[in-house]
Write a protein that binds this ligand. Structure first.
Ligand code: DQA
Length: 144
């Protein structure tokens, strides 16, 4: 069975509590249920990881080498700052797709740059949970 690693960065564990007008009412547990269900529908194994720590995300990407077939990543705030996450994605060369719950292109200027996105096949932003489905289906159709 092919394995998709779904990585969520800082404050995504606060979904449902943090700025619900931007990120929605549903919890991180609901997101895990959702992506696990999408993967199951497609006969894929979902491995969900969330961390508030940049180095832990780098470690998890490195650990995926030789293990995961695709990566769906919402690096959250580290999107806009982390060359380390960009380099980790490049290092393992696992096909990756970037997701954001909100439409980062329509928000503050500092959210318009994405380092991690430079190592990703494509980005889905502004579709809420559906963006994760789009990312999983993109990987399936184009990359794995
Ligand atoms: C986010 C957008 C980022 O700018 C922000 O820092 C987040 C979440 C999103 O999913 O919309 O934490 O990645």
């Amino acid at each position: 069975m092919k394995k998709i690693l779904i990585i969520n960065g800082p404050n995504i564990n606060m979904l449902g509590i943090r700025e619900p007008g931007i990120y929605g009412q549903q919890s991180y547990a609901a997101l895990v249920d959702y992506v696990t269900g999408v993967c199951r529908e497609h006969g894929l194994e979902a491995d969900c990881f969330q961390s508030n720590h940049e180095g832990a995300i780098v470690d998890r990407i490195q650990a995926a080498y030789g293990d995961a077939d695709g990566i769906v990543i919402n690096p959250a705030a580290y999107t806009h700052t982390s060359v380390a996450i960009l380099d980790a994605l490049k290092a393992v060369s696992i096909p990756a797709v970037e997701v954001h719950l909100s439409d980062v292109s329509a928000r503050e200027d500092f959210r318009h740059i994405s380092y991690a996105g430079m190592a990703c096949q494509t980005t889905f932003a502004g579709y809420g949970f559906d963006g994760y489905r789009m990312a999983i289906e993109y990987l399936l159709e184009h990359c794995i």
